[in-house]
Write a protein that binds this ligand. Sequence first.
Ligand code: NAD
Length: 335
Amino acid sequence: MKLLVTGGAGFIGSNFVHYILGEHPEDIVVNVDSLTYAGNLENLRAVESLLNYRFVKADITDRTALQPIFEEGIDVVVNFAAESHVDRSILEPDVFVKTNILGTQTLLDLAKRYQIQKFVQVSTDEVYGTLGADGLFSETTPLAPNSPYSASKAGADLIVRAYHETFGLPVNITRCSNNYGPFQFPEKLIPLMIQNALQDKSLPVYGDGLNVRDWLYVEDHCSAIDLVIRKGENGEVYNVGGNNERTNLQVVNTILKELNKPESLITHVTDRLGHDRRYAIDATKIREQLGWKPKFNYETGIVETIRWYLSNKNWMDQVRSGAYQSYYDKQYGER
Ligand code: NAD
């Protein structure tokens, strides 16, 4: 099977490339990424010399750059490429609409023209909006996105759905809860807090810190997407989550405890605009219909993740200094 993975230099995409090449060494992966600030080829060092892996620097809105890849023959598209940070979407919504909606539509058009076998859109539970103290998001929960990020992801989901309904394109949409694990860009909660705590800097927690997220180890997300590629029924949406609801304060306190740092480092800062209170996923459908089961327990997974960042300080330093951005030039010539 030949897979076109977009956004494969980012956090989940790079974990997914490792996962596929490890689990299915007979598969071929073409990784297309435009290398925004969030794309880091260092994440892929361990696979870059494999003969069944190739990197192409291209933007998913650039049809001309993508077309030759489709012409080579692609079986499956897995679309991770996105602007993914809610705070940035509040400051600069336009690039979110361009990449997340227009980029997805460009890929869909090529997927249709070259008659690919499966298009998997990697979406998020944030498209459902926010929950009160009770209840879970199911696949039939109405879309009610609240941030420009989640609205752009919801827009992409709808255009993916339309390509199935109108043109019969074989698509699936996965909607996963918050991921944690190696290679996450340190603007996101867990790596940001680890980095600040290690430097005895304050840990900025939005509002009262009681916003709840449902955490899933990134490899469990990858195994869910892999199952959807191979067994997902065309046109279906699958929620993915591990029933690990934790408040942001709980997550931050676990990090402090593991690093042996005082709780006094926590500083409550003005809440994020439109901050969703609670996300929690009902993943019954993917568990029952596709037999997906997460492997990682949150308590051990989070500690392993903290230790990964501790033992990969070089990676962290390169990201923080921006040095990783020169890696492409060194490896592949001028940008
Ligand atoms: P990320 O920001 O770490 O990575 C995004 C990648 O996309 C980067 O490598 C970036 O260079 C690339 N990219 C951005 N714009 C591009 C463009 N126009 N053309 C080509 N490449 C481009 O994001 P992530 O956390 O790995 O998330 C990956 C996907 O999973 C996103 O679609 C996101 O919405 C979804 N998702 C993330 C989470 C989470 O917890 N992180 C949860 C559910 C769903």
